[in-house]
Design a protein around this ligand. Structure first.
Ligand code: GDP
Ligand code: IMO
Ligand code: MG
Length: 430
């Protein structure tokens, strides 16, 4: 039952793209399960950087890749991404398929995203403005359009026009007076659908056959556990389920076929957008982590908020995902620090929490209880075995394992595919 699920263990941007790329060389199929072009997954191979918003990171290894039914697809973005990658010499055409059940991010969805953010004022979420929330709203409200429906030009042309005209009226009520040209938008959308026609199929038979043959499947999650619509810091979350359960509903893979759940855990913490972040730091350490870690959003270019490793968050993430192992990333970013802190619990008034409290107000009032560890003050990016790491770094990694309660299968020491310590590959693949 070799199905491996990759989940972000924090607030996204943990390095999932790099790990999916690493795993895909030993995989027959990589399926993205949720989210849309709000994701930004980076893979660096021999100095060349590839950035993915929709296409699974497995595409670089020539593995069959699928955009699963749980994804919301912006056709214009997908056409652009395919062209960009093909231009870089990546053969997308022969390897990518898109579930016909995946929902379409319509031209009006980013406009609703922006209008809703404006209406929230000081309570804004800080979304990526990619129309993700509004696209999932339409899906749940049962007024969405699925990728498969776009292929029936006759049937959907009228529906698209009606929808755009209806949404123009709604947008006007929200104070957005930039009316979408229904005819032009419909033509553009149908042209994009034509370009995507070869990719759009019912992916169930393919997934079912892969499961029957015990093929090696990697499920690529986007975002992170704390951005999960149910389990994250609601309402400062995304509109899908980045946790392991979402890997099932977003792909059609049943829960009892999942063999491994690998949590991708950054050696410190980052967050983009609004919402509580107990271990956030400011000042000198903030600048150091952001600049050494290049902590700027792939999708929006926004500076990411940074903070110390939060064991409370990572342990919760191990729990709700059923993590069987973790991959610790960006360890090298801490190389120059004299001392590194980690939090194992929070205090809120008299109460001590070893998990993130569900009540947002309580969570926002949590003060982390820190431990300080000696820094290793050495460049570790060329090290390829755990034993060769400086003792302080080994102790730091062991401490993270203790806090999370899950072994580290690999330790990433740089952005490049090669800059990885594969400590226990049997936890990653058969
Ligand atoms: P994702 O959204 O989880 O795939 O992560 P992102 O790609 O948004 O952000 C991770 C960033 O860190 C990317 O720029 C990666 O190239 C980079 N990265 C990944 N692993 C490492 C690492 O171990 N060390 C360093 N320095 N950078 C890394
Ligand atoms: P990857 O896959 C980090 C955040 C946004 C915002 C909230 C809601 O690269 O890890 P949305 O546009 O989804 O409605 O925004 O979620 N967010 C991410 N943060 N990494 C991501 O993806 C994210 N995708 C969404 O910043 O706070
Ligand atoms: Mg990212």
């Amino acid at each position: 039952m070799p199905v491996t699920v990759i989940v972000g263990a924090q607030w996204g941007d943990e390095g999932k793209g790099k790990v999916v790329d690493l795993l895909s060389r030993n995989a027959d199929l990589v399926i993205r399960s949720q989210g849309g072009s709000n994701a930004g997954h980076t893979v660096v191979v021999k100095g060349t950087t590839y950035q993915f918003h929709l296409i699974p990171s497995g595409i670089l290894e020539g593995t069959r890749c699928v955009l699963g039914n749980g994804v919301v697809v912006d056709p214009a973005q997908l056409v652009k991404e395919i062209a960009l990658l093909e231009g870089m010499g990546v053969d997308v055409r022969s390897h990518l398929l898109v579930s016909d059940r995946a929902h379409v991010v319509m031209p009006y969805h980013p406009r609703f995203d922006a209008a809703q953010e404006r209406a929230r004022g000081s309570r804004k979420i800080g979304t990526t403005n990619r129309g993700i929330g509004p696209a999932y709203e339409d899906k749940v409200r049962r007024t969405g359009i699925r990728m498969g429906a776009l292929l029936d030009r006759e049937q959907c042309a009228k529906r698209i026009t009606e929808l755009i005209e209806d949404r123009n009226r709604q947008l006007e009520r929200l104070g957005d007076d930039l009316v979408l040209d229904a005819a032009a938008e419909r033509t553009a959308l149908l042209e994009e659908a034509e370009l995507l026609r070869p990719y759009i199929v019912d992916t169930y038979p393919l997934t079912d056959e892969a499961l029957r043959k015990d093929a090696r499947i990697v499920v690529e999650g986007a975002q992170g556990t704390m951005l999960d619509i149910d389990l994250g810091t609601y309402p400062y979350v995304t509109s899908s389920s980045p946790t392991a359960g979402g890997a099932c509903t977003g792909t059609g893979i049943p829960p009892n076929r999942i063999t491994r759940v690998i949590g991708i855990v950054k050696a410190y913490t980052t967050r983009v957008g609004e919402g509580p972040f107990p271990t956030e730091v400011s000042g000198e350490i903030e600048t150091l982590l952001r600049e050494r870690g290049h902590e700027y959003g792939v999708t929006t270019g926004r500076p990411r908020r940074v903070g110390w490793f939060d064991g409370t968050v990572a342990r919760y993430s191990a729990g709700v995902n059923g993590m069987t192992a973790m991959v610790i990333t960006k360890t090298d970013v801490l190389d120059t620090l004299d001392a590194v802190s980690t939090a194992g619990s929070y205090r809120a008034g008299e109460a001590v929490f070893t998990y993130p409290p569900s009540d947002l107000g309580t969570f926002a009032s949590c003060i982390p209880e820190y431990e300080t560890h000696a820094g290793w003050k050495r460049d570790i990016s060329s090290i390829r075995s755990r034993e060769e790491l400086p003792s302080e770094c080994r102790e730091y990694i062991a401490h993270l394992e203790m806090l999370v309660g899950v072994p580290a299968a690999a330790i990433s020491v740089g952005p490049d595919r090669e800059e990885t310590i594969l400590d226990n590959p049997s936890l990653l693949w058969d």
